[in-house]
Design a protein around this ligand. Structure first.
Ligand code: SF4
Length: 99
């Protein structure tokens, strides 16, 4: 089954993200900024948006739960100040910590 995720700014819609995501700093920037190329300067610009975000903690908790162990290639954009690979690494570490 293919699950389609609709984006509003950079934050994916998930069941727990309905209210807080509207306060995300990424809602105030061009959504394309949160989906950088592989250029470090673009990645850093997206991460800078997350660094000043008032809902970073909620975003991180939600995206880790929503993406789970998904392959980095199936993840998109900078979310919670992290690249797809960084998010997967944190998710895997959290699973090891609770095992
Ligand atoms: S942490 Fe980043 S991706 Fe998440 S809501 Fe804030 S600005 Fe958007």
């Amino acid at each position: 089954m293919i699950r389609r995720i609709t984006y509003r700014a950079a934050t994916p819609e998930t069941p727990t993200a309905v209210n807080w995501r509207l306060r995300g700093a990424c809602t105030e920037v061009d959504p394309e900024l949160m989906f950088p190329s592989t250029k470090q300067v673009e990645i850093d610009a997206a991460k800078d948006v997350c660094r000043r975000c008032p809902v970073l903690a909620q975003c991180l908790k939600d995206i880790l739960a929503a993406e789970g162990g998904k392959d980095p290639a199936a993840r998109h954009g900078i979310v919670a100040g992290l690249t797809p690979t960084e998010r997967r690494k944190i998710w895997r570490q959290s699973k090891k910590d609770t095992a």
